[in-house]
Design a protein around this ligand. Structure first.
Ligand code: PLP
Length: 410
């Protein structure tokens, strides 16, 4: 595409005004917002206020006077529209891994006569680790069955207690059909848990229409809540009060400040919370969610698709000679908002690319991965990133010995 074509795409972008809501460093093209979202400008001011005016001045009165105690429900209600959930069904708390553990223990308890957790090899490893840990803890012989992503549908049968999947494959960006798979799971008498880590904020998710029983996801990816931001958990409203939480804690109690001796869960999704909410993290996530106010999620999905298509076309046109091979679905409807390539020396190539100002990431064994956060990535960024990738490959910038040494976080 010509520079003029690309400028025309940016000029016609209905989300173009959103970029100004983010504090992006100069000289960086940030294609890793699917791993850690960029910093929204609203966050610093909000955190300053919470620290100085609330914590500093109100001290413990802040729990009531600044409604800190309501943050898990309040922030959950702001995430709910992004995943197609009704108010009161979603809470912001803990990490995605822990929320997966809560969802899985709850779901297995609702299917006590069944012994199989079905997942796929495209799932994010933490979800598989959680399932292994839960099976060991329950010690009732639960079997974690892991099949290839395109074999999931055929593997659903009446032995399955829970179908546990990540909607968008973190490596390839390949996207499962949540409504169809959930329908199959229900027809077989199983429950479904969906990890929306790479879905929420990338395209309109519909947990209600898709009939998901549980969903979890991250606050720090497309939702931009900052490193280690609280995660979220959704429970289908007609199921939630049947759950006797294994993670019983006072924040999920019907009357936490009655200090009763026995656990009695509160009605609704708040029973999925456990301990004292992380107020600073929730305040940052709350402020970050302002960037989504008034956003049409269909425009987000359309831009995600177009950015990905443009990147694929530019990289394939420029980098064909260097052994890159598309690892993501070519059809944008079958992808999340990310594109990956198999790339020889992928780790070193990504290090070189980052040194040249294009930040993506590397995933084992040979994947270079690029995420396109539609709120702040421009078409011009994507085209420039492809150009810089070509330069890094052509000039073999990745050959520097230090790029071969793995950092702790890739
Ligand atoms: C990023 C990610 C997680 C991360 O979980 P944490 O508990 O926040 O570390 C979990 N699942 C998926 C699918 C992810 O992509």
């Amino acid at each position: 595409m010509t520079d003029a074509d690309i400028a025309a795409l940016d000029a016609a972008d209905p989300l173009a005004d959103r970029r100004a809501l983010f504090d992006l460093p100069d000289g960086v093209i940030y294609l890793d917002g699917n791993s850690l979202g960029a910093l929204p400008r609203s966050v610093a001011a909000r955190l300053r206020g919470v620290v100085s005016d609330q914590w500093g001045e109100q001290l413990i009165r802040g729990w009531n006077d600044s409604a800190w105690i309501d943050l898990p429900a309040r922030v959950g209600d702001r995430i709910a529209p992004l995943i197609g959930a009704p108010p009161g069904s979603t809470v912001a708390c803990d990490s995605t891994s822990l929320n997966m553990m809560k969802a899985l223990t709850a779901a297995l308890a609702l299917r006590p006569e069944r012994g199989v957790i079905l997942s796929d090899s495209g799932n994010f490893p933490t979800d598989l680790y959680v399932a292994q840990g839960v099976a060991a803890m329950l010690d009732r012989g639960h079997d974690l069955r892991v099949v290839l992503p395109d074999e999931v549908s055929g593997a659903i049968d009446e032995s399955i207690a829970v179908l546990m999947l990540t909607e968008v494959d973190y490596r390839t960006g390949g996207r499962h059909d949540m409504p169809a798979l959930t329908k199959r799971a229900h027809a077989a008498g199983a429950l479904s848990i969906w990890d929306l880590a790479h879905s929420a904020g990338a395209f309109p998710v519909d947990v209600t229409g898709g009939r998901a029983d549980f969903a979890v996801g991250c606050g720090y990816k497309y939702l931009n809540g900052g490193p280690g931001a609280p995660a979220f958990i959704y429970v289908r409203p007609d199921r939630v009060n049947a759950i006797a939480p294994a993670h019983a804690g006072w924040m999920g109690h019907a009357a936490p400040f009655a200090f009763e001796q026995d656990y009695r869960p509160v009605d609704g999704a708040l029973r999925m919370t456990v301990g004292t909410p992380p107020v600073l993290g929730l305040a940052a996530l709350d402020a970050a969610l302002d960037a989504w106010d008034g956003v049409d999620l269909r425009a987000v999905a359309a831009k995600a698709a177009a950015l990905g298509d443009l990147f694929i076309a530019e990289v394939e046109a420029r980098c064909d000679a260097f052994g890159l091979k598309l690892a993501s679905p070519r059809d944008a409807h079958a992808r999340g908002s990310q594109v990956s390539f198999h790339c020889p020396e992928g780790y070193a190539v990504m290090r070189a690319l980052i040194a040249e100002g294009v930040i993506g990431d590397f995933r084992e064994p040979d994947i270079i991965r690029f995420g396109f956060a539609p709120l702040y990535i421009r078409y011009a960024d994507v085209a420039d990133a492809a150009r810089i990738l070509e330069r890094a490959l052509r000039n073999e910038l990745w050959r520097k010995p230090e790029y071969a040494v793995r950092a702790k976080v890739t």
